[in-house]
Design a protein around this ligand. Structure first.
Ligand SMILES: [Zn+2]
Length: 640
C-alpha cells in the first residue's frame, strides 16, 4: 500500500448513516481522469458520529470520490487487543469468504506463474493458497497488524511495508500481482499503478478487484452500501470504463474489466495476452486446499474449526454425504478439543456469545461458525442419514446459536450476512423434518427471524408451503394466527382450503365412503387446475386415490395409475433438483406402478401398459436404482 498522508479515520461503522439529500456540487480535479469541471454531489456519508464526508460523481468519467477524505493509518490498532482478537476470530470463523477471495487467481493461466505477490495481503489466505495448493513462490506486502498475525498463523512470507518506489522486492519482479480491495483506499490511484508496475514482470499480469461505483445507488440495500463505501476507508470508486481507461493510461496493453456482482475484477498486462481463462474457482483445488490445511493447522483453535467447517459445508452442499461424514469426525474433534463442545450431542450444546469487552469474555466465546455447522449438520442428517429427529436437534441448536450471534454482531456494529440468511431458511428446514407434534419448533425459528429483523414474510411463506404440502394443516393454521395476518387472505387461504378438501377425499377413499369420494373427484381436479396446483403434493395424492377409487368401484384402470406414477415421478424430480428429500413422492411412484401392474395383470398379459420387466427398467432410468429395487421387492412380496 502506498504511504499516504494520514489522519485519524474511525474504524468502519456498519451502521453509518447515508444521506441522499441534495448537497452542493463542487469543483476539484477528478483523482481518476483529472478533469477539473464541477463534480456532481452524490451522497453524504457519516464516517464518524456526526461527521460527514461528501461523495461526488465525476461528470466526465463517472468515478466517485471523497475529496475531503484522507487515507487511513493501516499500521495502527484501532481497538483494544481483546476486541482485535475478537475481530480476528470473527474473520477466520465466519467472515472470510475464501471461495470469493481465491477466485481472482483463476483469471490467469497457472502454467505462466512461478512467482506471486499480493499487495495488501490482509490475513493472507490467498498467499497461503498460492503457496500451499498451487506451489507458487508466493509472498505478500501489508503493513497492517492483522497481516502479521495471519502470516504467523498460516506461515506465509510477509513484507510488513507499504508498496512504493523505494521498496526492494525479494527476488525482483513477479509473474502475477494481486491487489484485492486496495486501490479504492488510496487518494492517488495513478501513483499506485506506477508503483505496482515496478513489481510486475514485463510479461506478467496484474489483477485488481475493487467495488463497482455503479452499484452505489439509492436503491442499494444498506449493508451493501456500507460494504461499498467502508465509511472512513474508501476514497475513490471506479466503474468499468474509468478503471479500463486508467489502466490504458499507465501502459497496460492488455486490459479487461469484468463486473462481478458489486465488484470489478480487472486483468491487465503490459504485453498482449491470449484470452485468459474465465475465472471460475476450481472447486476441487479449493477442497484439496482445505483438506490439506485443516490437518496442518489442527493445533490452531480458530483455524482448525474453520477449515474443517468450510470443507464440511462444501461437501454437504454438493450432496457428498459419505465424504462429509469423514470430515465431521474431525470437526467434532476440533470443537471438543479446542472449545469443549460436544457437537455430536446437539441438545447439550449451549452456544455462548458474550460481548467481547474483555479477555475473559473472549475465552468463553463459542466458535462463530457453530450455528452454521449445526445448520449443515441438520441438512446432512435429513438428506444423508434420513434421520429427522437428529436433523431437528441440530436445527434447534442452529436457531439458539444464530439468535445469540445476531445479538453479538448487532452490539458490535458488524454485519452478519450469512448468519441472517441461514436463519431465514430454518423455519422451512424445520417444517421439512418435524412431526405434527413438534410444529411449535417452526414457530420458534420464525420468532427468531422476527427478533433479528430478518425477512419474516419470506421465511414464513416458505415454512407455510412446506406445512401445507406435508398436509400439516393445523400447524399451518397456527402459523397464520401467530404471524402476519395478511397471509390469511388470497392464495394461502385457497391453498389451505384445497389441501383440506383433498385430505377429506383421501379419508373417504380409505374409509370406503364411495359416495362422498366419487362426488368430490371432478371438482378437486378442476380446482387444482384453476389454482395452478396440478403438479404438487396434493395433486399426486389426488391422482393416486382417484385411481384407487376406480379400482374399489370395480373398474381398475391401469392408465389412471400410470398417470399417477408420472405425476409422482415429476414431483420427485423437482424435489431432488431443489435438494429436498423425495422419499414421499418416490413411495407414491412405486405404489402407483405396482397398482398399475396389478390392474393390468402383473404377468404381462396387459401389453398396452407394459410388463413388469420394462416397468422396472423404466423405474431405474427415471427414479434410480433404489426406487427400482423397492418396486421389485413389492412385486415379490405380493406374489408370495
Ligand atoms: Zn473523472
Amino acid at each position: 500500500m502506498t504511504q499516504q498522508q494520514q489522519n485519524n479515520p474511525p474504524p468502519p461503522d456498519w451502521n453509518a448513516e447515508v444521506r441522499w439529500t441534495l448537497g452542493e456540487d463542487r469543483s476539484f480535479a477528478c483523482p481518476v481522469c483529472r478533469t477539473t469541471a464541477k463534480q456532481a454531489f452524490h451522497l453524504s456519508l457519516e464516517v464518524w458520529p456526526g461527521r460527514y464526508w461528501d461523495l461526488f460523481r465525476c461528470r466526465s468519467c463517472a468515478s466517485l470520490s471523497f475529496p475531503d477524505g484522507c487515507a487511513g493509518d493501516y499500521e495502527a490498532e484501532w481497538v483494544s487487543p481483546s476486541f482485535q482478537a475478537f475481530r480476528e476470530r470473527r474473520y477466520i470463523e465466519v467472515g472470510a469468504a475464501l471461495d470469493v477471495i481465491l477466485q481472482p487467481l483463476y483469471r490467469v493461466a497457472h502454467t505462466a506463474v512461478g512467482r506471486y505477490l499480493e499487495v495488501g495481503a490482509g490475513y493472507g489466505f490467498s498467499v497461503d493458497f498460492a503457496r500451499a495448493q498451487l506451489g507458487w513462490d508466493a509472498y505478500g506486502i501489508d503493513p497492517a497488524p492483522e497481516a502479521k498475525r495471519g502470516a504467523e498463523a498460516l506461515g506465509w512470507r510477509l513484507l510488513p511495508e507499504y508498496l512504493g518506489p523505494d521498496l526492494e522486492l525479494p527476488g525482483g519482479c513477479v509473474d502475477l500481482v494481486l491487489a484485492s480491495e486496495v486501490i479504492e483506499h488510496l487518494a492517488d490511484p495513478h501513483r499506485f499503478l506506477e508503483d505496482i508496475k515496478l513489481a510486475v514482470a514485463s510479461n506478467g499480469v496484474l489483477i485488481i478487484t475493487t467495488p463497482d461505483a455503479d452499484a452505489v445507488t439509492p436503491d442499494a440495500a444498506h449493508p451493501d452500501l456500507t460494504g461499498l463505501l467502508a465509511p472512513g476507508w474508501h476514497l475513490v470508486l471506479f466503474n468499468q470504463d474509468s478503471l479500463t481507461d486508467l489502466l490504458a493510461e499507465h501502459g497496460f496493453e492488455h486490459r479487461e474489466v469484468h463486473r462481478d456482482g458489486q465488484s470489478l475484477i480487472a486483468v491487465a498486462s503490459m504485453t498482449k495476452q491470449d484470452q485468459p481463462p474465465a475465472g471460475g474457482l476450481d472447486r476441487h483445488a479449493y477442497q484439496a486446499y482445505l483438506d490439506r490445511r485443516r490437518v496442518d493447522l489442527k493445533d490452531h483453535a480458530s483455524l482448525s474449526v474453520s477449515l474443517n467447517y468450510r470443507l464440511y459445508k462444501d461437501l454437504v452442499n454438493q450432496g457428498r454425504f459419505d465424504e462429509a461424514g469423514t470430515i465431521l469426525v474431525d470437526l467434532n474433534d476440533a470443537f471438543n478439543r479446542h472449545f469443549s463442545i460436544g457437537f455430536d450431542v446437539p441438545d447439550s450444546v449451549e452456544p455462548a456469545y458474550p460481548s467481547p469487552t474483555d479477555n475473559a469474555a473472549l475465552s468463553r466465546l463459542s466458535p462463530m461458525n457453530l450455528p452454521g455447522a449445526a445448520y449443515f449438520r441438520g441438512i446432512h442428517a435429513f438428506l444423508g442419514e434420513r434421520d429427522n429427529a437428529a436433523a431437528l436437534a441440530y436445527y434447534r441448536l442452529a436457531v439458539r446459536g444464530f439468535v445469540q450471534l445476531h445479538r453479538l454482531f448487532d452490539s458490535t456494529a458488524l454485519p452478519d450476512a450469512e448468519a441472517g440468511q441461514l436463519l431465514e431458511r430454518l423455519g422451512h428446514n424445520i417444517a421439512m423434518v418435524c412431526s405434527p407434534g413438534d410444529a411449535s419448533e417452526v414457530f420458534n425459528a420464525l420468532t427468531a427471524v422476527e427478533g433479528c429483523n430478518r425477512n419474516l414474510e419470506a421465511a414464513q411463506r416458505q415454512a407455510l408451503e412446506v406445512l401445507l404440502n406435508r398436509g400439516m394443516l393445523d400447524a399451518a393454521d397456527l402459523l397464520l394466527e401467530r404471524f402476519r395476518s395478511d397471509l390469511h387472505a388470497g392464495r394461502y387461504a385457497d391453498l389451505k382450503r384445497y389441501h383440506r378438501k383433498v385430505q377429506t377425499f383421501v379419508a373417504a377413499v380409505n374409509g370406503g365412503d364411495m359416495k362422498a369420494a366419487s362426488g368430490a373427484v371432478d371438482e378437486l381436479r378442476s380446482d387444482a387446475v384453476t389454482l395452478d396446483l396440478a403438479n404438487g403434493f396434493a395433486w399426486v395424492l389426488l391422482q393416486y386415490h382417484a385411481a384407487i377409487l376406480a379400482s374399489l368401484q370395480g373398474s381398475p384402470d391401469p392408465a389412471l395409475f400410470r398417470q399417477s406414477a408420472a405425476a409422482a415421478a415429476e414431483l420427485a424430480g423437482r424435489l431432488r433438483d431443489g435438494g429436498i428429500s423425495a422419499d414421499w413422492a418416490e413411495d407414491y411412484y412405486a405404489a402407483a406402478v405396482f397398482q398399475e401392474l396389478k390392474a393390468g395383470g402383473q404377468d404381462g398379459e396387459h401389453h398396452a401398459t407394459g410388463t413388469l420387466a420394462n416397468r422396472i427398467q423404466e423405474a431405474k432410468a427415471l427414479m434410480g436404482e433404489q426406487v427400482a429395487a423397492k418396486l421389485q421387492q413389492k412385486m415379490k412380496v405380493s406374489k408370495m
